[in-house]
Write a protein that binds this ligand. Structure first.
Ligand SMILES: Nc1ncnc2c1ncn2[C@@H]1O[C@H](COP(=O)(O)OP(=O)(O)OP(=O)(O)O)[C@@H](O)[C@H]1O
Ligand SMILES: CC(C)(CO)[C@@H](O)C(=O)NCCC(=O)O
Ligand SMILES: [K+]
Length: 257
């Protein structure tokens, strides 16, 4: 039974079609569209896909974008649109947020995907899970799968836009990440990169201290590959963390029915 997974972030919609709703399923196709281009999905990227038996997605871009995606799903496929809502516990993660449903669904799903991956590879350990997209999020999870809390910070693009709009002289091309930047481009690019790397490392230290163990470290998101070389503690780049989480949830829900 084929399965369609969709992740609607604040910049792009990512989708992936699998041959079954279970972790490790074979990928039949995948793609990403900027949010302005959602209306082209049914007649474009999805035109030649097989019918999904079911779908599951996560949305952080708001109700209007969710509805625009649902129109494309219903235009092209004969399956109900279902979206993950963060809850107090699901698929091995316990939600420590003050208001569990206010936690971004992308963060929730990524943690579920991460926990499942870690347990497949070895014994349970605490985790730090980082998403590097439009915004950056840094989650702390203890050895029992309890989400302790997380950071939200501006992504690289938003940091640069904020500096450009708040100053007179900071409109420059993208630079290189260097230890000692000696021009404006390199200073901005390195500043943004190390702001993210530094925040992430603080969370790694918080988890080490609180959990008294070395955390497993995973990162994902469209700009993850750009950040990976600049991280302080090494992070494993797992591009599919959100899709993996959607597969885990879809399988658990099927087994429960
Ligand atoms: N050198 C860089 N290092 C880190 N991030 C960068 C860099 N250059 C650009 N970015 C930013 O990374 C952000 C994420 O890009 P992208 O759209 O690929 O991620 P995404 O995971 O699809 O985001 P979302 O899920 O929020 O839609 C963009 O805001 C982009 O401007
Ligand atoms: C923080 C983002 C923008 C990251 O994509 C998203 O997860 C979101 O909109 N979250 C809702 C607020 C929260 O998670 O506390
Ligand atoms: K995202």
């Amino acid at each position: 039974m084929t399965f369609l997974a969709i992740d609607i972030g604040n910049t792009r919609l990512k989708w992936a079609m699998y041959d079954a709703p279970r972790p490790g399923a074979n990928l039949l196709g995948h793609g990403a569209e900027f949010l302005d281009h959602i209306e082209s999905l049914a007649e474009g990227a999805w035109a030649d896909l097989p019918q999904p038996g079911s779908m599951l997605g996560c949305v952080v871009a708001g109700d209007q974008l969710r509805r625009r995606a649902e129109e494309q799903i219903h235009e092209r496929f004969d399956c109900a649109a279902r979206w993950v809502v963060s809850s107090s516990a699901e698929a091995g993660i316990i939600n420590g947020y003050d208001h569990p449903t206010r936690l971004g669904a992308d963060r929730w799903v990524a943690m579920i995907g991460a926990r499942h991956r870690m347990l497949r590879e070895g014994p349970a350990r605490p985790m730090v899970v980082v998403l590097i997209g439009t915004a950056v999020t840094v989650e702390a999870i203890d050895v029992n799968g309890r989400f302790l809390g997380g950071l939200i910070l501006p992504g690289h693009g938003i940091m640069l836009k904020a500096l450009e709009s708040g100053t007179a002289g900071l409109h420059v091309p993208t630079g290189e990440v260097t230890d000692f930047p000696t021009n404006t481009s390199d200073a901005l690019t390195s500043g943004g990169t190390y702001a993210i790397a530094g925040a992430v490392e603080r969370m790694v230290e918080h988890v080490r201290k609180h959990c008294r163990a070395e955390p497993v470290r995973y990162m994902a998101g469209g700009a993850g590959w750009k950040m990976a070389p600049s991280m302080v503690s090494p992070f494993e780049l797992v591009e599919s963390l959100i899709m993996d989480g959607l597969l885990v949830i879809a399988q658990e829900r099927m087994l429960a029915n």
